[in-house]
Design a protein around this ligand. Structure first.
Ligand SMILES: O=C(O)CCC(=O)C(=O)O
Length: 397
């Protein structure tokens, strides 16, 4: 096991081997408090991160980026520039490699504590609002915006307080979706996440990646990095559908530990000797859409605040759902359920599906490879728990 100093030393050696002499020289001067050199190291690492496709970036340069973020943050926080220090540490957490993760977490914790004290002492006026009070609910109106045939096919079964044994036998092993109600009422998140004041206080100054545009398959779609505070403001004002801002599929709880303390891993995620793969946040205003796609993992999808419409097609329907042929998009369907064209996609027109309106406080089990389309019907904050079964359980057909 290496300590922090040894890890940094090891990293600098690797960077030298990658030809990063200039980076190493800058970090030495940055360690002595030279901000210009720290920023220069940050720029060099950033350039390397953007030198080609993300999955081809050498992992050493991601770790180098994290190191440069730490150095800039150290100098900025010593100068009392706490917000800038937080921003750069978040960049390290989001874009950096894992080698210096512990250092990033510790540094973030220290600076966040200093910054919260400053804020509570009176610099921020939050004008708190309640996430639930923004939305009204009318089924007839909702049906107007949902894809055709919604709520007219098969409803996903709903089981209150389902036992782990029944879940495993009746749904998990059968690869069958189910809604489980009445089992997350004790999560602190159920109350706390409705209050913008709380979210603002815990995370307002933190930087998060968001998606802007209709959905990830549309041409106008882009990603941005903004503060959580800016994100809350956009959610509150809920700008036009083409500019809808969605904090989607982001491991927010690895980044902001206080939010992680507000939720618990449901026992269902241990079915099949489960090994958790990732916890992701899905937070946005009314009208976010995740187009029809499938994932390789088991998913317990927790609807913590607000409600969502979810449509599900089994894996056996795959060929009739016209998966994209492009490698990166092969788990997404070419079908836009919001503008369905039966002439172009005749095999889908009469396909049977399951659907539901997932209410606040409910969990939805989505088996691996099941196609799903999701639309938020209110301001909504959900958490997906993806896991992989490790034991050799044979699915029952
Ligand atoms: O809530 C959403 O928008 C999509 C959720 C999803 O696709 C997932 O959890 O796999």
């Amino acid at each position: 096991m290496f300590n922090d100093v040894e890890r940094r030393r090891l990293l600098l050696r690797r960077i030298m081997e990658e030809g990063g002499l200039a980076f190493v020289n800058s970090t030495k001067l940055a360690e002595a408090g030279n901000l210009r050199e720290a920023e220069a190291a940050l720029d060099m690492a950033w350039e390397q991160l953007h030198s080609g496709p993300w999955d081809e970036v050498v992992s050493t340069w991601r770790d180098a980026y994290a190191l440069a973020c730490l150095l800039v943050a150290e100098i900025r926080s010593c100068a009392g520039e706490l917000q800038e220090a937080l921003r750069v540490l978040d960049m390290g957490l989001i874009m950096g490699g894992s080698l210096l993760r512990r250092e990033l977490d510790v540094s973030m914790e220290n600076i966040a504590a200093m910054s919260t004290t400053t804020v509570v002492d009176g610099f921020r006026n939050t004008n708190g609002w309640s996430l639930e009070s923004l939305d009204t609910w009318n089924l007839a109106e909702v049906l107007q915006v949902l894809p055709k045939r919604s709520l007219a096919c098969m409803a996903v079964e709903k089981r209150p307080c389902l036992s782990l044994e029944s879940f495993t036998c009746d749904y998990f092993l059968r690869s069958y979706p189910v809604i489980i109600s009445d089992c997350i009422d004790h999560w602190p998140a159920r109350k706390k996440w409705k209050k913008s004041d709380y979210l603002e206080k815990i995370a307002g100054d933190r930087t998060v990646p968001v998606e802007v545009g209709k959905n990830y398959l549309s041409s106008d779609w882009k990603q941005e990095l903004i503060t959580f505070s800016q994100f809350l403001e956009r959610t509150k004002s809920n700008i036009s559908p083409s500019n809808v801002t969605y904090l989607a599929q982001h491991p927010l709880f690895d980044q902001i530990k206080e939010l992680r303390n507000d939720i618990m891993i449901p026992d269902y995620c241990y079915a099949g000797g489960g090994e958790i793969q990732s916890l992701n946040a899905w937070f946005g205003p009314t009208g976010t859409v995740t187009p029809l796609h499938h994932d390789p993992h088991h998913n317990i999808f927790a609807q913590v605040v607000g409600r969502k419409y979810v449509r599900l097609y089994p894996e056996s329907a795959s060929q009739d759902l016209y998966p994209h042929t492009e490698f990166m998009l092969r788990n997404s369907s070419q079908i836009d359920l919001d503008n369905f064209d039966a002439k172009e996609f005749p095999r889908t027109a009469n396909l049977e599906f399951f659907d539901c309106i997932l209410e606040e406080g409910e969990l939805l089990y989505i088996p691996p490879k099941w196609w799903h389309y999701v639309r938020s019907l209110s301001t909504s904050f959900s958490v997906s728990f993806w896991w992989r079964a490790t034991s050799d359980l044979t699915p029952v057909k």
